[in-house]
Design a protein around this ligand. Structure first.
Ligand code: TYD
Ligand code: MG
Length: 453
């Protein structure tokens, strides 16, 4: 194979150099030179043979999009209904979160359903992967393992095996020998991904690429690849909690913002098909400081327990702690409770916790958070069968939120009987929900409804 020529290109100003240097001689930025493959024979001439031509839209068949369903509903959901042939799917996440485990399980299921699947690990030996597979109960004839980091060798093995699905775990561990930079550098990550992408497209082999989220954040992590691949899924979760969310953040073949929910256990990741029930399973009846919020994960409503605890401050400065929810949002709600409802929280420590290691990022949970704090402060429980939905404004007003019906439907499904909502919340036919809808204009009115001793 002719040696590929590479050059170093500054990511800030575009300066090109045949050699690497720590500082760009043109714009003086540090660590911006990234190794890049030089286009052979110039971009224009290389495109001449086999040019593509415009076609009438009516003459194009979209048949290539017949999806391969994954026999794992939560995974399928995140993918938007299955694997599109020739598509490249990036699975990102922190090291140790469960990416390899999930993909090995998916490989096993797909191999069982008849797809010749090649699982390439650049991080573990085939024995290590086999041991894990044994633990997960995976033993499929059509699942092939390869431990290899040289991408050209991986490509020739793909040629030889002709698999119907390829998993590359991880993109940071493979390298192209034509590039000087080491595996895991931006240049390597980008060129390796581009090479895999070309293969996937030309042979119609769907491919999963694992990308670790690196400490430095964007550098050489999945972010660099997001624009290149077809679908980006992130596996998220808290280190000390078993729940894992598989979230779609980009999908050329489906809607984004879909989430699959899993639980990490003895035998790998188990699907949680009713996450709301799971998140509420350990809730204590009639405990003070506990409320239930209905948040949206994409198009999926999830009920989560919010806990609030207030205790008199023993030192001079009151403490505020927030787990699973934005800290500044918590400060804002504490301020609103002090100023608009008259609670003396200036002399109390306030702790807020979202149960199960979930993270809530939407203001629709404001009312539930404020009510959890209020319930602990007043030492009055919120009725067990009551959920709270609504955004809290700085004047103490309650503001409407989106997806109202989906949220309330989910609450009704799980046996809740009452829902406190903003007065302005628009609902189609609330009587069908089987929920008593209690409307409030302000946080004060809502707390009066929620905390009737
Ligand atoms: P892994 O899939 O190796 O993570 P990643 O590929 O994202 O780096 O997951 C490793 C963690 O998962 C490890 O801490 C052990 C845990 N685990 C289980 O709890 N149960 C299991 O059945 C398996 C296979 C792993
Ligand atoms: Mg791994």
């Amino acid at each position: 194979m002719p040696k590929i020529r590479t050059k170093f290109v500054c990511q800030q100003c575009g300066y090109e150099s045949p050699r690497w240097s720590g500082q760009c001689p043109q714009c003086s930025q540090w660590n911006t030179l990234v190794e890049t493959v030089e286009e052979r024979g110039g971009a224009a001439s290389s495109r001449l043979p086999g040019q593509t031509v415009p076609q009438p839209i009516t003459a194009i068949s979209a048949e290539g999009f017949a999806r391969i369903p994954v026999p794992m509903d939560e995974f399928n959901r995140a993918l938007g209904g299955g694997i599109v042939p020739g598509s490249v799917i990036l699975i990102g996440g922190d090291p140790g979160i469960g990416k390899s485990t999930l993909l090995l399980q998916v490989s096993g299921l797909l191999a069982d359903s008849g797809q010749t699947t090649l699982y390439v690990s650049g991080e573990e030996s085939v024995q290590q992967v086999k041991m894990r597979a044994d633990r997960l109960g995976i033993a499929a004839d059509k699942l092939f393992l390869l431990s290899e980091t040289n991408l050209n060798h991986i490509l020739s093995q793909i040629d030889a095996l002709q698999p119907q699905l390829v998993i590359v775990d991880s993109i940071q561990s493979v390298y192209l020998e034509d590039l000087e930079s080491s595996a895991g550098s931006i240049g390597q990550v980008r060129e390796c991904a581009a090479t895999l992408l070309r293969l996937a497209k030309s042979r119609h082999i769907p491919m999963f690429i694992v990308g670790h989220v690196t400490k430095e954040g964007a550098i050489a992590g999945p972010r660099v690849l997001e624009h290149m691949v077809d679908t980006v899924l992130y596996l998220e979760g808290e280190r000390f909690h078993a729940y894992r969310l598989l979230r779609s953040v980009k999908n050329r073949f489906g809607s984004t913002d879909e989430v699959g929910v899993f639980e990490m256990g003895e035998s790998g990741l188990a699907e949680i098909s009713n996450p709301s029930q799971a998140f509420l399973s350990e809730r204590l009846a009639s405990a003070t400081g506990s409320t239930v919020a209905v948040t949206m994960e994409g198009t999926r409503p999830l009920l989560v327990e919010i806990q609030g605890l207030t205790t008199p401050t023993s030192t001079g400065l009151p403490r505020r702690t927030a787990n699973g929810i934005d800290f500044n949002r918590t400060l804002l709600l504490v301020a609103v409770l002090s100023k608009r409802v008259g609670y003396k929280l200036g002399t109390h420590d306030v702790f807020v916790n979202v149960v199960g290691g979930m993270r809530i990022n939407e203001p629709a949970a404001d009312l539930a958070v404020a009510a959890a704090i209020a319930s602990s402060y007043r030492n009055v429980p919120v009725p067990e069968d009551c959920v709270l939905v609504g955004e809290v404004g700085l004047s103490g007003e309650l503001r409407s939120v989106g997806h109202a019906e989906r949220r309330l439907n989910e609450a009704a499904k799980l046996g809740f009987r009452r829902c406190i909502v903003p007065r302005t919340l628009r609902l189609g036919k609330p009587e069908h929900l089987g929920l008593e809808i209690l409307r409030a204009r302000s946080i004060g009115e809502a707390l009066d409804l929620a905390l009737q001793a």
